[in-house]
Design a protein around this ligand. Structure first.
Ligand SMILES: Nc1ncnc2c1ncn2[C@@H]1O[C@H](COP(=O)(O)OP(=O)(O)O)[C@@H](O)[C@H]1O
Ligand SMILES: [Mg+2]
Length: 270
């Protein structure tokens, strides 16, 4: 059977700014992948290419054996099928939300697909419950906190139960409880047919959300391995700017040691 995604040596630039440079990757059905990389390493751009929102200037991308090109997406049948099976949740939820209420937001895609009214209501209620946002159903999505918006954006995509989920920093800016809800959700898909590709720079969630990690630097994959292989490779994490050598004094002696990002503020008070 064809791979979910085959990406061969692709490059992509925003005007003159190169974002992806000679990137290759293979993703099989059921893979749970973490795309790990510092800000600007190309994670969001890569997810948009996998979602066929951007097309590489060179190299090839296939989805289940079919070339993902602008021309291919112009075929209605392919377009609808692809959009039904593959879903991207944007890093910035404001891009995703446009309906007057949270309920309408989550009901939007099923209504577009002309599901029956009963099915829409049942499925939307179920999804709101899973994302712990039932209490927000009559609120305007624009007037929610960032964490609430992110959960609504995720719900608006999960409602269709897509086969492939592309999640761009789904836990960034969430409080610890909401963060662990999202991590739990991704954990539940372990061992299922669902393919989940999560871009993140949060090392502390990687073991829970992924079975395989791809490390991005300057628009290319510089390493690939299991979470424990990657997380134990201090040199690699330093190079990819995912941890930094933190210089500080202990007992009057200058130390320099690798320092994990994303810990509580008191970690920095050396
Ligand atoms: N809309 C844009 N216009 C110009 N450059 C962009 C745009 N979006 C991203 N870039 C650049 O592309 C590179 C990769 O960015 P991005 O894919 O957003 O990385 P990440 O998601 O890992 O932070 C960076 O150098 C960034 O500055
Ligand atoms: Mg990004």
């Amino acid at each position: 059977m064809a791979s979910t995604f085959e990406v061969q040596n692709i490059s992509f630039s925003y005007e003159a700014i190169p974002a992806i440079r000679g990137l290759t990757l293979h993703i099989e059905e059921g893979d749970r992948i973490a795309l790990l990389g510092a800000n600007g390493s190309g994670k969001s751009t890569l997810l948009r290419i996998l979602d066929a929102l951007y097309f590489p200037s060179s190299g090839t991308v296939t989805f289940k054996g079919d070339a993902l090109t602008e021309k291919q997406l112009q075929h209605d049948e392919f377009f609808l099928n692809f959009r039904r099976r593959v879903a991207l949740v944007f890093q910035n939820p404001d891009i995703q939300l446009f309906n007057p209420t949270v309920f309408d937001e989550v009901a939007y895609a099923p209504l577009q697909l002309q599901w029956s009214k009963e099915d829409v209501i049942r499925r939307v209620q179920e999804t709101l419950r899973v994302m712990s946002i039932s209490h927000l159903k009559d609120r305007s999505p624009y007037r929610l906190s960032v964490g609430e918006k992110k959960r609504v954006a995720l719900a608006s995509v999960l409602v269709l139960d897509p086969e492939v989920l592309l999640l761009d920093e789904p836990t960034a800016t969430l409080d610890p409880k909401s963060q662990s809800q999202v991590v739990d959700l991704i954990q539940q898909w372990k061992g299922t047919a669902k393919t989940v590709i999560t871009a993140t720079h949060q090392l502390e969630i990687v073991e829970d959300i992924a079975d395989r990690v791809l490390v991005l630097e300057a628009g290319a994959v510089i390493a690939e391995g299991t979470p424990s292989e990657i997380l134990s490779n201090t040199g690699l994490l330093l190079r990819a700017n995912l941890i930094h050598a933190h210089r500080h004094f202990h007992d009057g002696i200058m130390h320099s040691h690798p320092h994990f990002h994303g810990h509580s503020p008191h970690d920095h008070e050396h």
